[in-house]
Design a protein around this ligand. Structure first.
Ligand SMILES: [Zn+2]
Length: 287
């Protein structure tokens, strides 16, 4: 598709898409920045923070896992305190009103569900739960939080800058003294139930998302630079099927040449206005 056909002032077009219903939302880190959870990438799409730990590093050995859990424990309070912002709430309203048929999120912060979209598909999993790599048991992160706090009574939140997957930079000596908790059931290795860089999204989850996109009339990307293939593939899939693709996010994205509509604007404000207009029935070019 000719990238020049995407128009910058696309608000009426997004409203028209939503008015017709059946819009599938694909959201990314940019939707959660207004909740105090930073994006890995700035509006220029360039990574701002250090590279996140890969799956290969995590499973390679105990020192890496100790570093992961120490940093994650230090950043836990920020993630646990984060609340849905106007953007999440607007999406929930649009979903409840049937304008949005499904929500797929690349975020692991659980904020779509907290905002009232209980069936949001968490493409990359969620930080609110933990999986045992040995026995497969999935348990609540809050339970692990208490165990980690008990194991590390002297540990203080010495973190400076939190990353989107909920960890912070910590001095090496603090990391070295951190005690990691094993699986309470089998003593095995615990991992947050999130898809790490270098790890594949479970196949059944990917297929479920393709189905949701197939069943939808249009795809609306919110707050993602589509830098990773796990999200970009759904944009390609929708575009290939001839469905409209609208992108609302700050800065450029890897899917811009596939978009039929492109808006560079703050998400909370934009989505609130869209949801309010649709609720009032004032959306569309004719009224
Ligand atoms: Zn286990």
């Amino acid at each position: 598709m000719d990238g020049m056909s995407a128009h910058e002032d696309g608000l009426p077009e997004v409203a028209r898409l939503l008015d017709g219903g059946g819009v599938v939302v694909l959201s990314g880190a940019g939707l959660s920045t207004e909740s105090g959870i930073p994006d890995y990438r700035g509006p220029d799409g360039v990574r701002r923070n250090r590279a996140p730990m890969t799956y290969q590093e995590f499973v390679a050995g105990e020192p890496a896992r100790r570093r992961y859990w120490a940093r994650s424990h230090a950043g836990r309070a920020v993630i646990a305190r984060a609340r849905p912002n106007a953007g999440h709430l607007a999406v929930a309203r649009l979903r409840a009103a049937g304008r949005v048929s499904a929500v797929i999120t690349q975020n692991v912060d659980g904020l779509h569900r907290a905002a009232g979209t209980p069936d949001a598909v968490e493409l990359h999993g969620g930080l609110d739960r933990v999986v045992c790599l040995d026995c497969g048991a999935v348990t609540a992160r809050t339970v692990l939080d208490e165990r980690l706090a008990a194991l590390n009574p002297a540990f203080r939140d010495a973190g400076s800058r939190i990353n989107p997957d909920g960890d912070v930079e910590l001095p090496d000596d603090l990391v070295a003294s951190f005690a990691v908790a094993p699986c309470a059931a089998c003593g095995g290795v615990l991992k947050p139930d999130v898809v790490f860089f270098g790890e594949s999204v479970p196949k059944a989850r990917v297929e479920h998302c393709y189905r949701l996109v197939d069943e939808g009339r249009a795809l609306l990307v919110l707050g993602s630079s589509l830098a990773v293939m796990s999200g970009l593939r759904f944009v390609r899939h929708a575009a290939k099927a001839g469905k409209p693709v609208a992108i609302v996010t700050r800065g450029t994205t890897r899917g811009d040449d596939l978009a039929t509509t492109r808006i560079d604007a703050p998400l909370g404000e934009t989505l609130t206005a869209l949801a309010a207009d649709l609720a009032r029935g004032t959306a569309g070019p004719c009224c």
